[in-house]
Ligand binder design. Sequence first.
Ligand SMILES: [Zn+2]
Length: 281
Amino acid sequence: MGAPFLTQLGVFSSRYLEELECPAISPWRSPRPAVDYLGCIVHWTADRDIERVLKWFHRERYQAKASAHFVVDRGRIPRHDSLAVGLPAIEALPCTVVSCVPIEEAAWHATAANPWSVGIEVVNAGKLKNGLGHTRFGMLPPPRETEVQIPERSWHYSQAYHSYTFDQVMTVGRLLTEVDKEIPMRRSRVLGHSNVQKNKQDPGPDFPINALRSLVFPTEKYSSLKPHTVHEALLATLGYDLLDVSESVRIFQKMMSIDADGIVGLETRSAILARFRELFY
Ligand SMILES: [Zn+2]
């Protein structure tokens, strides 16, 4: 297979970014403090166009002050194969992926979680209204899906979300496997942005974070992943891992500025319920 996956991805990414007249590494990054293990935070881009996202992260003049380690497109861009010449691991990917910041450094994607996490931006419009996605640039039609009159959507309660593609989920899984080979990752820290920052809602209910975690980091204690209590069921629905409930509770408590003791007392219980109602109704 030649060079390691992440090395091949770096070559692919710099070829693509050069075409976009962007520097190979985003300016928005910091040294990463020593960590025992990494986690990952999954985001939606709130934008359908990977090239616009990449320019936003890489061009200093936009002053985005935001970045991610990886951006995963909805499928393969038309130039994928020609950019991946000589890079067999990248030729074989179901989605185009671009690396923006080396995993040895911290990207700027989730404030307090930046030091211990890898940021993965998945191209997805997020919440849908009138068939269009809200983006930071306003309401925009899908640039490369213009033949699709009504974009694919997934309904959760009364809200429609832009669906993630199966290939995107598999590609995120592949990235986690490869990152884990370089820097060990911890299963309970594979989370969505809304799990660590209370003003965020991404990646939303359409991203199967629990399935992804079990796919990449399988466990022999699978039976313990069944929720035993209502608050465990709500935590799982919110995207937290049930293998280590007290760690998940601590992550949740930290986000909500509750004393992080890992125990579900009255205050934590009502905060879990409030968060569930906020995100799902
Ligand atoms: Zn986010």
